[in-house]
Design a protein around this ligand. Structure first.
Ligand code: GYE
Length: 320
């Protein structure tokens, strides 16, 4: 090989490596992915975890998995341990929106790419993560609001209670924002109580009991930021001697099987879909980033919504 040719080959090889700022991974090396999950708070989360575990197994990606029990400090610890273990890629579903910059800077310094799944973050430096794979929560909130304005029958003030998701989480903040944005067009629709139910059935039931007491049962609509809280609240409504889905309109988000069952039983009116099956997109994104490909900053998932009259027919087709 001539000198110039040798130099050219060397330059090309360096350019190839430089394509990825995260260091090259030999094509035949098994990828190790460290995933820091939020917790196991809802049916949605269980389906999300299952999708990630099953996909990585199938794809031959070595998965390190941790469950943060809805606590940011646990997720930060998990991310630090993935950095210490020198995994190839870190992915996580951030429990809350803020407070990630310090740990993400540590990942960046270690040249480990970070992929966000499900929930987004607020950061002063967007280069701290490669891409975000997940839903448009504000649009989900708008869909819930629009459905209500278009389908509510009855005159006078409409008294709405809201069960919010985990305090500080992207879906809680944005589902509230989108819903408020739409309903403010008709001032007779009023959110009279709004409190967190932490995305769980137990808390949804407990807070709904308190709402019913405080409002002396005078509630027309429940808007729950996820189906699990709606299902917990349905129990509270029944125990108060009222009919969920009739006396109180019940709106949820996620479109998990439990919501379809409640709708088929006439106890819930509508659920806005939020797709938890993110495993395949995550595996692809991990491969792409390690191959030095440029990824879009956000890949929104495609979603629809389902009403009670579609529930019985749709239930057998649901995958989560
Ligand atoms: O809606 C809820 C879960 O972040 C989209 O988290 C997710 C939300 C989902 O606990 O059920």
């Amino acid at each position: 090989m001539s000198f110039t040719r040798r130099v050219m080959v060397a330059t090309l090889a360096t350019a190839g490596l430089a394509l990825s700022s995260f260091g090259a991974l030999a094509a035949d090396k098994k990828i190790t992915l460290g995933f820091a999950q939020v917790g196991a708070e809802s049916e949605w989360r269980t389906a999300n975890t299952k999708s990630i575990k099953e996909t990585m197994e199938k794809e031959g990606i070595n998965l390190k998995f941790s469950d943060a029990q809805q606590k940011q400090e646990n997720q930060i610890k998990a991310i630090r341990s993935y950095i210490a273990q020198k995994v190839d890629v870190i992915a996580f579903a951030p429990v809350v929106q803020t407070g990630w910059d310090p740990v993400l800077k540590e990942a960046k310094a270690a040249k480990i790419p970070v992929i966000l799944t499900d929930r987004n973050i607020e950061t002063s430096d967007p280069s701290l993560y490669v891409t975000m794979i997940g839903s448009d929560f504000t649009e989900e909130g708008r869909k819930a609001g629009r459905w209500l304005l278009e389908n509510y029958k009855g005159d006078g003030d409409v008294r709405i209670v809201e069960l919010q998701g985990t305090v500080g989480s992207a879906p809680a903040i944005e589902r509230k924002k989108g819903f408020d944005e739409v309903i403010k067009a008709q001032p007779r629709f009023k959110v009279v109580r709004s409190q967190t139910g932490d995305f769980t059935r137990a808390k949804g039931k407990e807070v709904m009991e308190a709402f019913l007491k405080a409002e002396n049962n005078k509630i027309n609509v429940l808007y729950a930021h996820n189906d699990d809280m709606a299902i917990g609240a349905i129990q509270a409504i029944e125990e108060a001697g009222l009919k969920p889905g009739k006396d109180i309109i019940v709106i949820g988000v996620d479109a998990v099987k439990g919501a379809f069952e409640a709708m088929a039983a006439g106890k819930m009116n509508v659920t806005v879909e939020c797709n938890p099956l993110l495993g395949p997109q995550l595996a692809q994104a991990a491969r792409d980033v390690l191959a030095g490909k440029q990824l879009p900053k956000w890949t929104p998932t495609k979603e629809s919504m389902y009403t009670a009259d579609q529930a019985a027919k749709e239930l057998p087709n649901r995958k989560y």
